[in-house]
Design a protein around this ligand. Structure first.
Ligand code: FE2
Length: 179
């Protein structure tokens, strides 16, 4: 279940208030239970997954993908697996932990682990959204944000794309209020 961490470090866990805060930025957050299949659960508990194993996990949530294709126009999906032994992990995370936007939506369905999205509000304030298994997040194109892992070093999430060429970070040089 997602929660918001505010710049004074206070936390917001009430789903309705979290949804309204995100909706003001055009961001959608939904709670989609992770798959209950025993084989998929065992794969999600592993540190890393082969290409074939990733496809098994993706196939287990393709009913979600079919809905997104029909209603939102998404064309492709993959499974991102981040863990403490990923080669070049520091460089990978540094690409996304500065404030940036994309020309395409950033759409994630977290299946295991956790991570933090940072957002910039219209008044310039900032907050963190902790996402964990079962959270589906749609960050619209051109929305300023960043992503960080903090002490958590593991996440498995489905990424949905309309066009992968649009999904590169455009850095805005805005300074983060969160250290
Ligand atoms: Fe991003």
């Amino acid at each position: 279940m997602a929660k918001i961490i505010q710049s004074d470090r206070s936390e917001e866990r009430e789903p309705g208030r979290i949804a309204r805060r995100l909706a003001a930025l055009g961001i959608t957050l939904q709670s989609w239970p992770a798959p209950h299949d025993a084989k998929v659960s065992a794969l999600l508990a592993k540190q890393d997954l082969s290409a074939d194993e990733r496809e098994i996990v993706l196939a287990s949530v393709d009913d979600r993908f079919e809905d997104l294709k029909r209603h939102m126009g998404y064309m492709a999906r993959d499974l991102i697996v981040i863990h403490e032994d990923v080669p070049g992990l520091g460089d990978l995370l540094r690409r996304f932990d500065s404030v940036h936007y994309h020309e395409d939506d950033e759409v994630r369905y977290v299946l295991e682990g956790s991570g933090y999205f940072g957002f910039v509000e219209p008044d310039g304030g900032q907050f963190l959204l902790e996402v964990a298994a079962g959270d589906y997040l749609n960050v619209p194109a051109r929305t300023e944000h960043w992503f960080e892992m903090k002490q958590s070093r593991r996440i498995k999430a489905v990424r949905y794309f309309t066009d992968t060429t649009g999904w590169v970070p455009v850095y805005t040089q805005r300074v983060r209020q969160f250290a």
